[in-house]
Design a protein around this ligand. Sequence first.
Ligand SMILES: Cc1cc2nc3c(=O)[nH]c(=O)nc-3n(C[C@H](O)[C@H](O)[C@H](O)COP(=O)(O)OP(=O)(O)OC[C@H]3O[C@@H](n4cnc5c(N)ncnc54)[C@H](O)[C@@H]3O)c2cc1C
Ligand code: FES
Length: 274
Amino acid sequence: MCANSIPLQTRLPRTVRIAQVRKETDMVTTFILPISLGSLPGQFVMLWLPGKDEIPMSIALDDGENLHVTFFAVGDMTKALQKLQAGELVGIRGPFGTSYAWEKKQRLGLVAGGYGAAPMFFAASQAAKDGCTLDVIIGARSKEHLLYQETFASLPRTTVHIATDDGSAGHKGHNVAVLEQMLDDGERFDQIFACGPERMLVAVCALCEKRGIPCLLSLERYMKCGYGLCGNCSVDPLGIRLCVDGPVVNGELVRQISEFGTYHRDELGRKHLF
Ligand SMILES: Cc1cc2nc3c(=O)[nH]c(=O)nc-3n(C[C@H](O)[C@H](O)[C@H](O)COP(=O)(O)OP(=O)(O)OC[C@H]3O[C@@H](n4cnc5c(N)ncnc54)[C@H](O)[C@@H]3O)c2cc1C
Ligand code: FES
């Protein structure tokens, strides 16, 4: 995709006043912005704080009136965002990237790790409207880090499964192990969607290949422009740019990305092993 094919109004930042700040956990915050960008589940926006930074953020919901983003306070920018109150301004560009897709009434398995629960919720809420039946498997370090559990459970035809590393809630271990057990028990899915840490995506991708199930995975790389211009988010050896050819990528394409699960590049293009 050519950068110029993305409309100018999508590429330019606009300033929005935060309508509501929701504290999810000690480290996780949701902004509700009074704006709709006509976004699709899996797409992302670039959030901007003048003088600080601009970073990619998945869209946790765009319901036609409000847009939600949910973020972990991990570094300079996200810690600065965490301090903002309702009524303060933030810059936003987008929506950018590819999205999750399904057919009406499909049986979907959604695997969510960390803040991956946020974009998975957007996908789940829209797929539920299309009559899909959903099994959502949320993974976290411990129960206090689980995100969106009740929100998923409020959706129709949706079953929520939990996995925690320390066993403080649900299955003790990884959420992909829960998916594998479900498949062993005879559950059948039309598609699997996943968003979370790359090691989790590697396990989902391998499991889906072994069982012959189509999957869509959300991959993250360092993003600057967000619309295909700078090349910072290109992946080896294909050279596809994950801001326009991703972040949502199908399993067959993911398996051709040699750096998947092995390394990623920082803002200067230097390699870092996972
Ligand atoms: C498509 C996409 C969707 C994302 N969605 C979410 C989300 O919904 N919620 C959330 O909490 N986080 C999300 N992230 C990650 C988020 O962008 C980084 O955590 C954030 O940029 C960290 O910035 P910082 O200044 O607070 O921390 P820093 O200390 O600057 O960075 C911490 C780590 O975040 C990553 N990072 C920093 N800047 C960027 C950048 N411009 N592009 C990509 N990665 C970066 C790097 O791996 C870095 O090591 C997403 C990333 C991508 C690529
Ligand atoms: S972030 Fe610039 S090309 Fe993808």
